[in-house]
Each structure stands twice: as C-alpha cells, then as structure tokens.
Design a protein around this ligand. Structure first.
Ligand SMILES: [Zn+2]
Length: 378
C-alpha cells in the first residue's frame, strides 16, 4: 500500500490518500502542512497527436506512436487520453484503426491510459465553415457497414463518434451507435432545431469542440451553438487552449452549458510539444499559436491538457478546482466512465500529484499515476 498526503482541491482540504492495487482504498483528512496537490489524473478526450506524432496517419503498429504520445502526456499530468482519427478515405481509416488496434493489443499497460478511440468524421457536414479543415472529398453520410469494419479493425475500441446529425440517414446511424454502446457527439455540424431535437431523442450525448468547427457568421437567435448550449441532457467539450475561444466566449459558454455538463479538451495536433518554427503548411508561432504558414488563420491547437486547465482558470472566472474538474472527472462522465476518476474510495487510482507555484493558475506536475502505478515522477 502507498500513501500520499496532499491538498485535494476537489475536496477542499488536506487528505491522506491510500492506494492498494489499482484502487484508492482510503481518503482520510489530515492536519499535515504540504505544498503538494493531488487530483484525479487529467483525461484528454480529443487528441490528434503530440510531439511530432499524429494519430491520423498511424499505419505502422510497430512504430510505438501511441506509447510515445502517452509518455509525453504523463509528464504533463495527463494519465488518460483518447486518440482521434479524422475524416479520411475508407481504406485509409481501415488501415489506421487496424494499426492502432494492434499496438494496443500488444501493450495492455498502454491501454490503461487509452480507454477508447474517437472517430471524428467522415460523417459530417460538407458546408464550408462547419466542415473545418476535414477534406471535402472524404466527407460522406454515415454508413453502419463501414463503421462496423472500423470498429472490428480497432478491436471494438471506438468509444465515440463525432458527426453531423442533419446529414441524410445520420439519425438512424446515431440510433445504431447508441444501441451498440458507442457515444455519439455533435460536431462539424450545420444542424437546425429539428435535427437537434431528433439527435437528442436518438441518444446523442455530447458536443465536440463547441464554438469551433462553425461558420464565422451565424443568425443571432436561431443557431446551432445556442441549440447545443441549451440542451440539458448533453455534455459539451470546449477547447480551452486560449486560442480557439476568446475569454468572454469561453466564460459565457461554460456557464451557459453548466459546470456539470462541460468538459475541456486540448484537441492538440502533432505539433504540440514541438519548438516554434515552420513545418510545411503550418507554422508554430513563439506563443504556441498554430497558423497556416504566412497567414493569421488558426490551424489547430498545440497545447496539452495541463496547459488547457491553466488557461481555463486564467481566462475565465473558474477556480483551480473547477478547472481541474472539467479536465478530469467531467471528461470521464462524458465518456461514460464515471467510476474511473475521483478522489474517493473505490475509484481507480489514476491521479496526478502537482504543485502550484505562486498559488496561481500555473501547474507543475510532480507525479502521474494510472490504475495504481506511478508512471511518471519528476
Ligand atoms: Zn474538429
């Protein structure tokens, strides 16, 4: 058994946490003074890549690509994450899911950090704006036959799909996913009120990067952002890297959706964790902003989830504890894994130990644990 004594912002006090096997077995109030903090480990539900590695072009199961990203995330206090595979041709998607499935089959320890996969597209809107940078020629209506092939190739690991409910046939596709236990999220969508209602009825339970993957200009009262903010039964994920949503917008959206229904994610790409510079079509500026080379246009997020927790606290009125919760427990709830994260007896001992220099929004990671194992120590 291991014991750690630390401030627990989620419980608003100092506690001694006892870990035995994969679980937390005791949480006891303590009068010890300490500069250590502890929280459920950070859980990033949307990761396109990191440290020069991308999830959307993984075709070699021997490359160790997922293990490489996982290792870099542990240093950032992110013990759990979901690789995202985006819109592509059918054969390419099949190849990628096969490769990812094989890497995870071969490494059960790695799989403890990766409790599922995310298929973002190709069943999204063709409309410019909502489609974002997903390649138009690969965008298509939902196909249960195709999806079943991806799910089989991945070893049944696709935990959620992002799609546009208004596309022909997609409401039936949503119903089939929900029946099969796959979470469906609205994203890259141009939906109207009727499609929103049908989607919720069919079992959609999440919105992907709400406020992004959208038109520059929309009708002020009747638009898909309000519809998704107003939905009381669904979660919404927000990219809180400080680049994708301005401070006021992020503050207003999170409060409109509610702290019990909001999640933060990085949506980071392969250039996350890489030095500033020009990488072909994309340039990473010294402040971390990714732009299409030579333009001011945003080309993805380069922040990890630890930085996104810092920024949601820095840029909104949320407390440190509230920001951490959006990046950990809330993510687990949205992913249908409510028992995975928490500083409570019986929860999985997937935790992050950290310090808060200056007691400000900044976070220094000290240790990251996944399922009772310390996988990173500074
Ligand atoms: Zn997207």
């Amino acid at each position: 058994m291991t014991k750690i004594t630390a401030n627990v912002p989620l419980l608003d006090g100092v506690f001694e946490i006892a870990i035995d096997g994969e679980k937390i077995v005791a949480v006891t109030p303590s009068s010890t003074e300490t500069d250590l903090y502890i929280g459920p480990t950070l859980f990033d539900i949307q990761v396109n890549g990191y440290g020069g590695v991308s999830c959307w072009d993984m075709t070699d199961p021997e490359s160790g690509a997922l293990a490489k990203i996982s290792g870099m995330f542990l240093e950032q206090g992110v013990g759990l994450w979901i690789p995202t595979v985006i819109t592509n041709h059918h054969e390419a998607l099949l190849e990628i899911f096969t490769a990812i499935g094989k890497e995870l089959d071969a490494d059960p320890e790695l799989e403890k950090s990766i409790p599922g996969l995310h298929l973002e597209g190709p069943y999204i809107s063709k409309v410019n704006g909502p489609r974002g940078v997903h390649p138009l020629e690969c965008v298509r209506p939902g196909s249960w036959d195709e999806f079943t092939q991806y799910q089989t190739a991945s070893g049944g690991r696709i935990r959620y799909v992002t799609l546009a409910p208004e596309v022909d046939g997609n409401i039936d596709f949503i119903k089939k996913c929900v029946e099969a236990g796959v979470i469906v999220s609205i994203g890259h969508s141009d939906l109207d009120r009727e499609s929103m209602n049908k989607a919720v009825e069919a079992g959609v339970s999440l919105s992907t990067h709400l406020g992004n993957g959208a038109h520059d200009m929309i009708q002020r009262h009747n638009n898909y952002i309000w519809y998704q903010l107003a939905a009381r039964k669904t979660y919404a994920a927000f990219i809180s890297d400080g680049q994708h949503l301005p401070s006021e917008c992020m503050t207003a959206m999170i409060h409109a959706k509610g702290l019990e229904r909001s999640v933060i994610t990085s949506d980071c790409v392969g250039l996350g964790g890489m030095p500033a510079g020009i990488y072909g079509d994309v340039e990473k500026l010294p402040n971390g902003r990714l732009v299409a080379t030579g333009t001011p246009n945003l080309a993805g997020s380069s922040s990890n989830l630890r930085e996104c927790v810092e920024q949601v606290v820095n840029l909104t009125d949320l407390s440190h504890a509230q920001g951490w919760r959006l990046g950990s427990i809330q993510a687990a709830k949205a992913m249908g894994l409510p028992d995975k994260l928490g500083i409570e007896v019986g929860k999985e001992a997937s935790i992050t130990v950290y310090k808060r220099p200056d007691n400000d929004y900044k976070i220094d990671i000290v240790e990251t644990w996944v399922a009772g194992k310390k996988l990173f120590a500074k």
